[in-house]
Design a protein around this ligand. Structure first.
Ligand code: ADP
Length: 402
């Protein structure tokens, strides 16, 4: 069966095509075709990059009016031209979408129906950047492939079993009644990493206590017991918790009150400050990209150094909080861009937990290739680097419906 995965971001659209047989493979398969569209560089210009399992690569730039147009152009490269992988779009059996917010009602992957679409639209008030673009992706596929089942795979679903003490905010009780509660995000990645960790450790997931550190542009931690997320750092929105590339993470809400009392601050401006101009970028003034922070530090940039120091301080504090929720730890997992690639971040984060017998193998940490256990043989806690495979996890969820 052929599964098309769509993963929409605020300024990007990724997609890939997998082919699965009747038995579900344990390890991720290589996609037959992968495409990414980026809108970050020039206004109104889509940069498309495509590669296939056969090694063909294709790049083009084109002017685009809407996400629907862009998705149509991207999918054309599946059945036309040098990256052609299938003969026609009707070969696709099922389409899976990463949908960021599933609210309280959608606690697992769901077949998309008019009601599910309405719910995704309604939940856009909680995820204004992501849910509308997820919906556009769903509608683009509806136009192109009206008879193909589509599955919504929610980023919030993995955290659906958080205990009330972890998900209720200590504000007025009406907040909870109005859906203002912690949901948690990055669930697709945390779920993949938990299963992969059990596999790498050759242990039963049901017996494991794990902390998964998803450190990309967005960053979150999950405390996972027996394969279930019991605590996490992101909350009502993906703004809570750790310091991120351009997001502040948790700050004293009194700061917001203070700023709102200044008449020139609007909700839009606050949103822009906290989501786009804070975090590593806001503090360093250089960039939200960890590689550029590293370069700036090597050139003696003190604000970049401060940004990294805060990032590490908050990461350690977050791991400490997850540890307390779990009451012990079998493995600490690092994943996503920073987690997979920054030996420095892993080493400095782990240093704080030496007191409990967690020992990192310095050499292994520097030379990670693929998924690896980088703790010493006598470490009391395993430390795993796992290359997250969100698209594969979405494909796996779709497979369950077939
Ligand atoms: P997203 O959350 O958008 O999916 P990624 O998981 O790709 O993002 O992570 C992006 C982050 O990973 C950026 O901060 C980038 O600097 C960082 N990163 C990527 N490669 C490296 C590297 N070799 N060393 C340090 N950081 C890296």
């Amino acid at each position: 069966m052929k599964i098309l995965v769509l993963n929409a971001g605020s300024s990007s659209q990724k997609s890939c095509l997998y082919e699965l047989n009747d038995t579900q493979p344990d390890r991720p398969l290589q996609p037959l075709w992968e495409a990414k569209i980026d809108w970050t560089h020039q206004q109104g210009v889509s940069e498309l990059k495509v590669k296939t399992a056969k090694g063909t690569q294709f790049e083009e730039e084109f002017a685009s009016e809407s996400r629907t147009d862009t998705i149509s152009r991207m999918l054309e490269t599946l059945w036309k031209g040098e990256t052609q992988t299938i003969n026609d779009l009707n070969e696709i059996d099922i389409v899976g979408h990463r949908v960021v917010h599933g609210g309280q009602d959608y606690q697992e992957s769901t077949l998309i129906s008019p009601d599910v679409k309405k719910a995704i639209a309604r939940l856009a008030v909680f995820a204004p950047v992501h849910n509308p673009v997820n919906l556009e992706g769903i509608e683009a596929i509806e136009n192109l492939l009206p008879n193909v089942p589509q599955i919504a795979v929610f980023d919030t679903a993995f955290h659906a079993q958080l205990p009330p003490a972890a998900f209720v905010y200590p504000g007025p009780y009406e907040w909870l009644e109005n859906g203002i509660r912690r949901y948690g995000f990055h669930g697709i990645s945390h779920q993949y990493c938990a299963r992969r960790a059990a596999e790498m450790l050759n242990r039963n997931l049901a017996d494991l206590r794990l902390i998964s550190c998803h450190l990309g542009n967005g960053c979150s931690l999950a405390a996972i017991r027996g394969g279930v997320s019991i605590d996490t750092t992101m909350g009502f929105t993906p703004l809570e918790g750790l310091m991120m590339g351009s997001r502040s993470g948790s700050i004293d809400p009194g700061i917001i009150i203070h700023l709102l009392r200044r008449s020139d601050i609007t909700a839009e401006k606050l949103d822009n400050i906290l989501n786009q101009n804070s975090g590593l970028k806001g503090i360093s003034g250089v960039s939200g990209d960890m590689r550029q922070i590293g370069e700036a530090i090597s050139q003696g940039n003190e604000r970049a150094q401060l940004a990294l120091d805060i990032y590490i301080h908050r990461l350690r504090a977050g791991i400490g909080a997850m540890l307390a929720s779990l009451g012990g730890l079998d493995a600490l997992i690092f994943t996503a861009g920073v987690g997979e690639n920054s030996a420095f971040v892993r080493a400095t984060a782990c240093e704080a937990f030496g007191f409990m017998g967690l020992k990192l193998d310095g050499e292994k940490n520097q030379q990670v290739q693929g998924d690896e256990d980088i703790a010493t043989a006598d470490s009391a806690v395993r430390v795993l680097v796992i290359h997250t495979q969100e698209d594969w996890e979405i494909a796996r969820e779709c497979w369950k419906f077939y």
